[in-house]
Design a protein around this ligand. Structure first.
Ligand SMILES: Nc1nc2c(ncn2[C@@H]2O[C@H](COP(=O)(O)OP(=O)(O)OP(=O)(O)O)[C@@H](O)[C@H]2O)c(=O)[nH]1
Length: 725
């Protein structure tokens, strides 16, 4: 069976199993069991019968082989006796009278026609007398029977005729002989010659025919006589004098008799019985295998008839048993069918179907009673459930209605929320557009300082593109390196305490651009507290121009317009700075206060323009007279101050003052005239260890200058309180 067919069969069985009832399965099972049992018994009987029949046939053939062997042995014994008796006859022993000898031979041949030749040869090998005078006078000296017969009784194996073939009458089969010879001793004990007998092979054929005649007609039995070299001496014509090597022949060489099934030389199966001749005779040369065989088909033909009969009867009995099993099973399962039919009807909704109470046998009665009780209980239970269901349905309906109302309310809330969401998104979009196009740069960062928003103006102002800036820390982008730590600390402080100087204030700082340059900006930072983290927003704009303007204003405020020197305001800023430096180093510092002597007269005489020109040139000489680290300022009118830093001693200040005096005594070439003036200088020394304050120092210098004025002008005066010398 192929795999496909097997799979199909399994599928069919599966389909069948889902549709057949239990009763059908029981019926099929019982019928199949009977079928299998009957088939098994028939197979066993067939096997046993076949074995028995073959054994019987083999035994019969073995019997025939034994009979043939026995006939051959007995017949040969008789021939042996014939020759022995003949050799004892006086006429033969004397061997004097060929006539008498021939008469004796002729008589024996008449009695035993299978003696093809009987004769006597003298010691020189010439035939003296023979039946019918055959070969008389001819030499048989070379014939084996003559040579071996001179010494002892001799029986020669089957052989073709040599000298006699042409002397004997022609037959359908060529002449074949078995030779018997014996030495003839005279009454005086002298060797007279050899008595020889040629037993025609027809002898063996006749024995076989006699044995087989009745059997051969009916059963086609073959008898074979086989020499030890495998040559068939007697048997089917086509095998005679040919060699065979079938199993039965080989077995006969080992065993005295037996039987077997074998493959013949023609490819047919045979049953063969075999036996061995000459086992108990005196003449050892006559040991042949007798094989009696019959084609197996013919030998077993009787069994075949019996087999057909057994099968026929077996099938009839099997069918009867199956029918009986079928009816018995149907009867047994009928109550089950009634029960299952009732259950089936109930299962399809027919509650009027009652469970039948069946009393066929105990088990089914118990089953039907139990089922009936169960069905009754189920009906009661269903009734209860149905009444419960009615109340339950009402409750489910109420709940469903309420659920429906809630769902509608929820849907409305969801719609509102969606609308709000859309509005919110629109507002966000608008806001984003405004911020994107704002005049100021807009930056938003989270609580970790990471950039969230970065508008177009921020890109232009700071050089970082939106996609570069978003996600990076603001400090890394725009805070100058030295202020980053401060910025981070400020943010942490604000997040921890809510306090910060930057938040909600307008501050000016330097921002770092992408190209590394610093840019003055004004920044306003706002803070938004959100549920998910904090948000800082900042607006920035460039104040480079404003700062330049402011610087120039400041510059102007601190510079004397006429001379370009720092003015009083600048002086009051620079003096404390210089004092602080002196304190740090520490070193002494000198402050000179000076006034042009008689300046009012220049003004009056040559005019204010000439006065201004003098002031300018005076300032130039003053700058030339001091070092770069020193600061020259014009306080007002013709009053000037010089801050002298890094003095080794107060005398240094004195020296500078003297040098200035000398410089100012030279005439000033003005446009209007060349004039000569002098100046009065007051000197105060700042000693860090004395902690003199700014105002006191200025007052000392001023006081000293007035002292110089009072002392006659054109001189230098120390402050009167503490002389450096
Ligand atoms: N040309 C000119 N004159 C000024 C300027 N500022 C003040 N003055 C005048 O300078 C004069 C200063 O006068 P004083 O220092 O008091 O007079 P003085 O002649 O120098 O007297 P002594 O200082 O005592 O020698 C006043 O007449 C002021 O009007 C200025 O910017 N230019």
């Amino acid at each position: 069976m192929s795999r496909r067919t097997a799979a199909g069969a399994i599928l069919s069985i599966k389909k069948l199993s889902s549709t057949l009832s239990l009763s059908s399965w029981v019926t099929i099972g019982v019928v199949l069991s009977v079928l299998i049992t009957t088939a098994s018994v028939l197979a066993l009987v067939d096997q046993f019968t076949r074995s028995y029949a073959r054994h019987e046939a083999e035994a019969r053939l073995n019997q025939l082989a034994w009979q043939m062997q026995d006939a051959l042995d007995r017949s040969m014994g008789e021939r042996y006796s014939d020759v022995k008796l003949l050799s004892q006859r006086p006429s033969i022993r004397q061997a004097k009278d060929p006539e008498r000898m021939r008469a004796v031979f002729n008589e024996l041949q008449r009695n035993v026609p299978n003696y093809a030749w009987i004769g006597f040869a003298t010691p020189d090998g010439n035939v003296l007398a023979a039946a019918n005078g055959l070969l008389e006078g001819q030499s048989v000296e070379q014939r084996p029977w003559f040579q071996k017969g001179q010494k002892d009784f001799f029986v020669g194996d089957y052989h073709p005729a040599v000298l006699l073939e042409k002397k004997l009458p022609v037959m359908s089969d060529p002449w074949r002989f078995v030779d018997i010879a014996t030495p003839i001793m005279g009454p005086d004990g002298q060797f007279q010659g050899v008595l020889g007998v040629h037993l025609s092979w027809t002898w063996a054929r006749d024995l076989a025919k006699k044995l087989l005649n009745p059997a051969n007609d009916r059963y086609d039995v073959e008898i074979m006589i086989v020499r030890d070299d495998g040559t068939v001496l007697l048997g089917p014509r086509e095998l005679e004098e040919k060699k065979i090597s079938i199993d039965s022949f080989k077995a006969s060489l080992r065993l005295p008799s037996g039987s077997m099934r074998e493959l013949g030389e023609d490819g047919q199966h045979y049953l063969t019985g075999f036996a061995r001749t000459g086992l108990n005779s005196e003449y050892t040369e006559m040991k042949w295998s007798v094989l009696v065989r019959q084609r197996e088909q013919i030998a077993m033909s009787g069994f075949k008839d019996l087999e057909r009969q057994v099968l026929f009867v077996g099938c009839i009995v099997g069918l009867l048993l199956m029918a009986l099993a079928f009816f018995m099973t149907r009867r047994l399962v009928a109550p089950m069918n009634a029960l299952s039919a009732a259950l089936e009807r109930r299962a399809t909704g027919d509650h009027s179907a009652e469970i039948p109470i069946v009393s066929t046998y105990y088990e089914i009665q118990l089953l039907s009673t139990t089922l009936s009780t169960m069905v009754q209980r189920e009906e009661n239970y269903l009734r209860e459930v149905r009444s419960l269901n009615e109340g339950l349905e009402q409750r489910v309906e109420d709940r469903t209605r309420r659920l429906h109302e809630t769902a509608i309310a929820l849907q409305q809330a969801l719609d509102n929320q969606r609308e709000n969401q859309i509005r919110l998104e629109e507002s966000e979009t608008e806001l984003r557009a405004i911020l994107q196009n704002a005049h100021d740069a807009f930056i938003a960062i989270d609580e970790d300082g990471m950039v969230l928003e970065w508008n177009r103006q921020a890109e232009q102002l700071l050089g970082w593109a939106h996609k570069e800036a978003v996600g990076k820390e603001l400090a890394e982008l725009i805070i100058p390196f030295e202020q980053r730590e401060l910025h981070r600390r400020g943010m942490t402080h604000f997040l921890n305490t809510g306090e910060g100087v930057v938040i909600n204030n307008r501050i000016e700082i330097n921002a770092l651009r992408r190209d590394g340059k610093e840019l003055p900006i004004e920044m306003t930072v706002g803070y938004v507290r959100r549920r998910a983290g904090h948000l800082f927003i900042a607006f920035l704009h460039d104040i480079t121009e404003r700062q330049a303007f402011r610087n120039s204003l400041q510059e102007m405020a601190l510079t004397d317009i006429l001379t370009g020197l720092p003015n009083r305001r600048a002086f009051t800023e620079k003096l404390p700075e210089a004092m602080a430096r002196a304190m740090r180093e520490p070193q002494q510092m000198g402050l000179l206060f000076m006034d042009i002597d008689g300046f009012k007269g220049i003004n009056d005489k040559y005019g204010h323009v000439a006065g201004d020109e003098l002031l300018v040139k005076f300032a130039e000489r003053l700058i030339d007279a001091v070092r770069e680290v020193d600061t020259v300022a014009r306080l007002a009118g013709d009053e000037f101050t010089v801050i002298l830093e890094r003095l080794h001693s107060p005398a240094d200040a004195m020296g500078v003052a003297e040098k200035i005096l000398v410089s100012m005594r030279r005439p000033f070439v003005l446009t209007a005239a060349t004039v000569s003036v002098s100046s009065s200088i007051g000197v105060a020394i700042y000693e860090p260890s004395r902690h003199t304050d700014q105002d006191a120092l200025v007052a000392q210098a001023d006081k000293a200058m007035y002292a110089a004025k009072r002392a006659g002008k054109n001189r230098v005066e120390w402050n009167t309180e503490e002389s450096p010398v």
